[in-house]
Design a binder for this molecule. Structure first.
Ligand SMILES: [Zn+2]
Length: 206
């Protein structure tokens, strides 16, 4: 006897639940902490944080970026962004779900989905935009967005800083560091790029 057909909404849940957003980190994508402090005549303090086997590709925007494995093994960690995939999305204006261009060609704007109302028209964001094609699937798959979803759009943004771990004194501390704070950036391991968005406008959710 043939198995009964799933109800339409069960089909939707099954198809959306399978899609893990591009920026989500997996449990086995470990971050290397094989760090040291190197003498660097170009650094403001004469020293800077580095991997013990430095490569030019470790640095970008004036800061050292975490080396994180990128093989998508293990379980998706929905509350954790993968450092290099997040940076790729932010730098190239890619959708955090499908990694395709996030800019709406009809309006020239980027779209963002939040689980609560945003009261400011400008501010700092570390979660990349979500393209209009992916918003319905994100709302169906994410428990928090199923309860409440607010869609906003903005024009293009500017890199503002990084979410990182600062090793300058005492215990390493998580900190948001502006790209203008060169002294702190020299002792920061960057984990995510923060951008400044302005002219955030509420929109009806697709
Ligand atoms: Zn998308």
């Amino acid at each position: 006897m043939a198995a009964p057909e799933p109800a339409p909404d069960l089909l939707l849940m099954t198809s959306t639940a399978l899609r893990v957003p591009h920026v989500v980190a997996y449990s086995e994508e470990t971050v290397s902490l094989a760090l040291t402090v190197l003498v660097d005549a170009w650094a403001l303090s004469g020293r800077r944080l580095s991997y013990i086997d430095p490569a030019a590709s470790d640095w970008g925007l004036g800061v050292l970026w975490a080396r994180q494995q990128s093989h998508r093994l293990g379980r998706p960690q929905y509350d954790e962004l993968h450092t290099l995939r997040q940076r790729e999305c932010m730098l190239h204006r890619l959708c955090q779900v499908c990694a395709k261009p996030a800019l709406d060609p009809d309006t020239g704007r980027l779209s963002w989905v939040f689980h609560e109302t945003v009261h400011a028209a400008s501010g700092h964001l570390s979660k990349p935009p979500t393209c209009l094609r992916c918003i319905p699937g994100a709302r169906a798959a994410c428990p928090r967005l199923r309860q409440e979803a607010h869609v906003y759009t903005s024009p293009d943004y500017k890199p503002w800083g990084v979410k990182g771990i600062v090793f300058s004194s005492g215990c390493p501390a998580r900190q948001d560091v502006p790209l203008t704070d060169h002294a702190t950036l020299e002792f920061t391991l960057a984990r995510a790029l923060i951008v400044h968005v302005s002219d955030l406008r509420p929109e009806s959710a697709p």
